[in-house]
Structures are given as structure tokens and as C-alpha cells.
Design a protein. Structure first.
Length: 451
């Protein structure tokens, strides 16, 4: 059997893809403008806009969204009467964290041991390149058979909802028959996977005050109420003895009936230290895809270096609660805030504030687009069948698009498999995955147009 021309074309384009991803990763496009220059994000947005124009996209625009960032839009017309497919990715990235902990500079794409390292290489600048590769392969082999809209978000990692609010105000802009979200990933390298569910998320900041000011711990400690200790007690109440999330009134016994996640494999993927147990109960898939999960993201308190012997008057924390499909994120937020207020001890003054929120998502996997994607992935990954998995992370835009376009089919694919270590130091992308998923997307667009 002769090689598939789509696969051959994508393979020939991989050196160009690496060069382009190198350029895109170099932009420090963290959409937190207190930490990183706005100009870096604007430069990345302009790069994406230029790439779309070079591919013949029309109506290319930098959309000023309500959160102060820019999303990039473009439209590529297809044959008359063809369906419209929206391709999504985001060009903003997480902060690099401790740059000294990276083996190579986070904003320099570096090849090492067969992978390409750099912040955003997998999440989700690589997704931008994936869409470009798929479209170029189709153009070189008969043309793009559908109308294509591309939207590249500029603040997905911040969860500030800029693109969501913009889409709600301009509902005609992103209307499509099918939407491909390029911000998920395969269950493991080489196993083609569509993400069928996403947990939602709420962010809550809790502040505790007990004293007018800090006190000498020798003179007052033992009777003066310590705000930091009160906060620790409240945070501890969010977990049972086995580590399961325990928010008063929030169900935590759902089960996942799809692809399972072997516990030993999960330990390896999560890099759990020897002798340290996993938390929660049920299968790993239950815990990370079907049940709520609380995480303390940060605590404001004195650092160890420079600490003084004081009883703390105030302390605060930022808490994330991942919300599984079937649970309303608004109600979960109310329950979390009420729990924290009820479990803060000693009559300490406690204030809670919602910082961000996104609803969970569940896809319709019985749709024609899923059938087309299954065929495409089986061809791009010979010998493998497409799998359905959940994802513990959140993409609030999915629910916005689902409510705006209830008849649209939404598929989630992408480059964020476990080895990619997205959001961590030494994030990387597998070039083989980039190549195969680009082939799969191109084949999908062709099969979907013919369905």
C-alpha cells in the first residue's frame, strides 16, 4: 500500500512546524500583565494573525475581549454548501514557574531525547501549529473541503473569560456545525483519544482575621487566636482522612465507566514519590474525571526565611475546586464558600470571594463528527482505535459554545499527553504526536465533509 499523501505532506512540513513553534514559544505570552509585558502577548497574537493571513484566511482580526486581552480570528472559505468547522487553540501560556528548575530556557524551544521542550509547546501553542499543519496538508492535496473558522484565545490559562464574554456578545462570529478544541490530549503517547468530559472549576479566595495586629508568640501565644492556624483548620476540613474532597452538601461518589487509568501508570505519570500514597477512594478515573477535587493553590503567610516569633493576625488562601459533569459550578461555589465559613474555628472573622468559575462539560459522542474522527484517528494511528477519556481540567469556553450553538458537535483533541507535563517545569511536546494528530485532523475534515 502506498503511503497516504496527507501523511506524506505533513511529514514533509515538520521542519517548518518546528521552526514556527520555535518562534511562537519565544513569546512570553502569559496573560498576567502584572508579571509579564502586555507587548509579549500582543506580539504572539500578531504572529498568529500573520500565519492565518499567509494561509489565505479572510476577515483576520485581533478581537479586543472584555478581560483586556486579544483573541485572533480568521475565516477560510470552502466549497459552496460545505459545513463550517471551528478550530480552537490558545496562544497564552502558564508562567514558567521556577525558571532555574528548567533543564533548558522555558521560552526557547529545545530538542532533547526526541521531544521539543518549551513553555506552551504542548499547551497550547502546539495546538496552533497542529491546525496550520492540517490545513496545509489539505491545501496540498485537493483543497480544504469545509469552511474553516480559527479562533486563538489570549487568556485561557487565566480563566478570566474574555473570549467567552466576547462570543456571547457576538454570537454569529464563532457559529459552526462542528467545533474542534485543540486543547486536550491523548491518554498516552500513541493512543488516539478524544476527551468526552471536562470538569468545571471554581476559584475562591478565603481571608481569616483574628487580631488587630501580630503579637509576640511568647507573650500571647497559647491564648491569642492565630489566624494562620484557623485557616489551616478550615482548609483541612475540605478533605477526609483518605484525602477525598469533603465539601458539605457536595456529592463525591460518582463513577467513571469509560477508559480506566491504571494506578501504577498514574503514579508514574504524576511522578509520585516512593512510599507516598495516592489520595481519595474509587478508581483513579473516578477520582480525576468523575468527582470533585479541591486544591489549595496558595497561602499568604510569612515565609520561613525571615519569619518572626509572632501570632498571625491575618491569613488568606486561594482554593480551586474542580467540579465534575452533572454538578452546577454555581451551586458548588456556594457550597464551598458556606463550608469554609462554617468550618473556620474560634469565631474568627472569615470572608470568601469568588475569583473565577467555569461549568463542566459533557460531549455527545454519538454524533457524525465523532464517527468521522474515529475513522481519521485509526488511519493516523495504524493499529489503534480512538478512545474516550475524561479530563480533570477545565475549558469553560466549551460550555459557552455549547449553549450558543446547541446543534454544534464539539470534539476535544490535542497534544497534552502525560509526558508533556503541561503547567509544570520542563513542558514538552512529542513531535510524533504533533505529526500524527495533524494528519488525523486533516483526515477528519475530509471525512466530515463527505459525511
Amino acid at each position: 500500500m502506498s503511503p497516504d499523501p496527507i501523511a506524506e505532506t505533513v511529514a514533509s512540513l515538520m521542519p517548518r512546524a518546528k521552526a514556527e513553534l520555535t518562534e511562537l514559544v519565544a513569546f512570553k505570552s502569559v496573560a498576567d500583565f502584572e508579571q509579564f509585558p502586555r507587548s509579549e502577548s500582543e506580539a504572539a497574537a500578531n504572529w498568529v494573525a500573520g500565519a492565518l493571513r499567509a494561509e489565505g484566511f479572510q476577515d483576520v482580526a485581533l478581537l479586543d475581549t472584555p478581560d483586556g486581552t486579544q483573541s485572533v480570528y480568521g475565516f477560510l472559505p470552502g466549497p459552496e454548501g460545505a459545513p463550517t468547522v471551528l478550530l480552537y487553540a490558545h496562544y497564552d501560556v502558564q508562567p514558567p514557574l521556577d525558571e532555574a528548575a528548567w533543564a533548558t530556557p522555558p521560552f526557547e524551544l529545545t530538542e532533547r531525547d526526541g521531544r521539543w521542550y518549551g513553555r506552551g509547546s504542548a499547551d497550547c501553542k502546539g495546538g496552533v501549529i497542529m491546525h496550520l499543519l492540517a490545513l496545509r496538508a489539505l491545501k496540498a492535496n485537493g483543497g480544504v473541503p469545509v469552511n474553516v473558522k480559527v479562533i486563538a484565545e489570549g487568556s485561557e490559562e487565566q480563566g478570566t473569560g474574555g473570549l467567552e464574554r466576547y462570543a456571547e456578545a457576538h454570537p454569529e462570529l464563532l457559529a459552526a456545525d462542528t467545533i474542534v478544541i485543540g486543547d486536550a490530549g491523548n491518554f498516552r503517547v500513541g493512543l488516539p483519544t478524544v476527551t468526552s468530559t471536562l470538569r468545571g472549576m471554581t476559584l475562591v479566595r478565603v481571608s481569616v482575621d483574628t487580631l488587630e495586629g501580630n503579637l509576640h508568640s511568647g507573650q500571647f501565644g497559647g491564648a491569642a487566636p492565630d489566624a494562620l492556624a484557623a485557616l489551616v483548620r478550615a482548609l483541612d476540613s475540605l478533605r477526609a482522612e483518605d484525602g477525598s474532597t469533603t465539601v458539605d452538601g457536595l456529592t463525591s461518589d460518582e463513577v467513571w465507566d469509560g477508559l480506566q487509568y491504571d494506578e501504577a501508570v498514574f503514579r508514574k505519570d504524576a511522578k509520585v514519590l516512593d512510599g507516598v500514597g495516592l489520595i481519595g477512594r474509587g478508581t483513579v478515573a473516578d477520582r480525576i474525571w468523575a468527582r470533585p477535587a479541591v486544591t489549595v493553590l496558595g497561602i499568604d503567610c510569612p515565609p520561613v526565611v525571615g519569619a518572626t516569633p509572632s501570632v498571625q493576625a491575618s491569613a488568606r488562601a486561594l482554593i480551586s475546586l474542580r467540579v465534575p459533569p452533572g454538578v452546577d459550578a454555581v451551586e458548588a461555589t456556594k457550597l464551598l464558600r458556606a463550608h469554609l465559613e462554617a468550618h473556620t474555628p474560634w469565631g474568627a472573622r472569615v470572608r470568601t470571594e469568588q475569583i473565577g468559575q467555569g461549568q463542566p462539560f459533557r460531549a455527545d459522542t454519538e454524533s457524525p463528527a465523532y464517527a468521522a474522527m474515529a475513522e481519521a484517528m485509526s488511519e493516523a494511528y495504524p493499529g489503534e482505535e480512538m478512545q474516550y477519556a475524561g479530563q480533570g481540567g477545565s475549558i469553560p469556553l466549551c460550555n459557552t459554545l455549547s449553549s450558543l450553538y446547541p446543534s454544534a458537535e464539539i470534539l476535544l483533541i490535542g497534544l497534552s499527553e502525560p509526558e508533556a507535563q503541561i503547567h509544570a517545569v520542563n513542558e514538552s511536546v512529542s513531535p510524533e504526536e504533533l505529526e500524527r494528530l495533524s494528519v488525523a485532523e486533516a483526515l477528519f475534515l475530509r471525512k466530515y465533509a463527505a459525511s
